[in-house]
Design a protein around this ligand. Structure first.
Ligand code: AFP
Length: 470
């Protein structure tokens, strides 16, 4: 903790511009660095004094403080100043070696001002949204909404990361808590739903939310009511949570405009007409104005589209911000991976069985032998598909003719993203984005991925006469 405070103090002073960096000239090998530096030191400003004191009182802490600093420029500032402080304090050259392990020594020539400036101009999600809103004033409300969504993602990421420590694994109420779809709720399903719902509510931009964990759409009270309708799955893949495997939040945003209004007397006891009104606010995927997911994995990644391409932002835990790491994602036109729960093989249509067998044997259209990858968390499987290409699917089968995935908060938002990245999405015979929802938790079969892979599976369905409209 003390080290962190020291680091912060030094960082603040450096950041405030009080640091005058000593630029030691690096002389040929063999010449004492201490002698190079001694003549250049003036302990005149606060940061130099602070650094000198720090090194004098606790060289180890100073070293740790430097390594704890998140900013490369600041690290460099200390690294450059360290030898100077030692020289000024009359220490021996050998003691510098003891404090600064050579493997991590940052030499000032290695980091240019351009590098430091680049760090200063990181494209965070907040900045990205601000810039979009500046270019297009229609997006100003979306900017506020995305601020709330990214905040919820950070909260859920933190909960997921600490689930094993904070007793957040396992079933809600020790078991027996079941959502409207008959699925047992995990503790984190319920908490994540509240986090997401509150974030959307207090954004003041959302009028109605539809969630996997809510029986019916929830109308936001008038004080916070806004123009958008939001649909989400707060913690998709939560059956993986106890094993610390990837999970994610999926969201989609519809623009309802100011006109659509449902008058609800009692949210707890909706009558049929009120229910219909709320359901009507939920639309086909092609009406989405934004969609995305947050993936909680080895890193937390937020991937989103507002209908003009797909961008991915990685949460930098050192600064607590989502940083643009995957600009303008484009899915490969054809992949070599299929991602499908093959345990359902014997319930599939024979045409689908043949299609997958062909992929495995290298007898599909591409002639390539495919690899299988399946996490069982749609967000993780779709994220990999987006980056590497191939096909992800949860088809209908003999037991579940409509498959498992939900149209509103899984199929549609993911299809929007995939299409925006140059991929495609189908039920096998119908574009997912065209399907008008008939209920909040409607299930549909989904195949999504590389354009050529989806064209191939669509052809298989067509040739087998497997045509169905949802
Ligand atoms: P859970 O949220 O219950 O873990 O379900 C995850 C999911 O909805 C989706 O993320 C997966 O792609 C799919 O179900 C996995 O289903 P199977 O376990 O039947 O393969």
């Amino acid at each position: 903790m003390a080290v962190r405070n020291i680091a912060l103090a030094v960082a603040c002073l450096l950041h405030a511009g009080v640091a005058r960096r000593v630029q030691p000239e690096i002389k040929p090998e063999g010449e004492s660095q201490q002698s190079q530096l001694a003549g250049q030191v003036e302990l005149t400003n606060p940061v130099e004094k602070l650094a000198a004191l720090l090194l004098e009182s606790n060289p180890d802490a100073a070293w740790q403080a430097r390594t704890a600093l998140p900013h490369a420029g600041l690290q460099q500032g200390l690294a450059v100043n360290e030898p100077a402080r030692f020289a000024a304090l009359g220490r021996q050259a050998g003691s510098r070696q003891a404090v600064v392990p050579p493997r991590t020594l940052v030499r000032h020539q290695d980091v240019s001002m351009e590098d430091i400036d680049t760090h200063g101009s990181i494209m965070t999600l907040s900045r990205y949204m601000l810039e979009q809103a500046r270019k297009n004033t229609d997006l100003q409300e979306m900017e506020s909404l995305m601020t709330s969504i990214q905040f919820a993602c950070k909260q859920i990421a933190s909960l997921v990361a600490r689930a094993g420590i904070q007793d957040l694994t396992g079933l809600q109420e020790g078991g027996g808590s079941v959502n409207v779809q008959g699925e047992e709720q995990k503790k984190l399903d319920v908490i994540s739903n509240t986090v997401m719902k509150n974030a959307l509510r207090y954004s003041g931009k959302v009028g109605v939310v539809g969630s996997e964990e809510e029986d019916a759409p929830v109308l936001i009270e008038e004080a916070y009511n806004g123009r958008y309708a939001a649909v989400f799955d707060p913690l998709d893949g939560s059956s993986n949570i106890d094993a610390a495997i990837s999970t994610g939040t999926i969201f989609g945003i519809f623009d309802e405009g100011e006109d659509q209004e449902c008058i609800i007397d009692d949210m707890e006891n909706l009558d049929e007409a009120e229910m219909q009104c709320l359901v009507q606010t939920l639309q086909p995927g092609k009406s989405l104005v934004a969609a995305g997911y947050c993936m909680y994995s080895s890193s937390t990644i937020l991937v989103m589209t507002m209908g003009d391409g797909v961008n991915g932002f990685t949460l930098d835990p050192q600064i607590g911000e989502f940083v643009l790491t995957h600009p303008n994602i484009k899915i490969p036109k054809r992949g070599k991976i299929y991602s499908i729960n093959e345990a359902n093989y014997f319930d599939w249509e024979p045409a689908l069985q043949t299609y997958v067998n062909n992929l495995k044997a290298g007898k599909g259209e591409s002639g390539e032998k495919y690899s299988a990858r399946y996490i069982g968390s749609m967000v993780g499987d779709v994220h990999r598909t987006l980056l590497y290409g191939g096909i992800f699917g949860y088809p209908g089968d003999a037991k579940n003719p409509n498959g498992k995935l939900r149209l509103l908060y899984e199929g549609s938002p993911m299809s929007f993203l995939l299409e925006q990245a140059g991929g495609k999405s189908t039920t096998g015979s119908q574009r997912v984005m065209d399907i008008v929802p008939t209920s909040v938790h409607q299930r549909i079969p989904v195949f999504l991925g590389s354009a050529d892979d989806i064209d191939e599976v669509t052809k298989v369905y067509k040739e087998a006469g497997l045509v169905k409209n949802y």
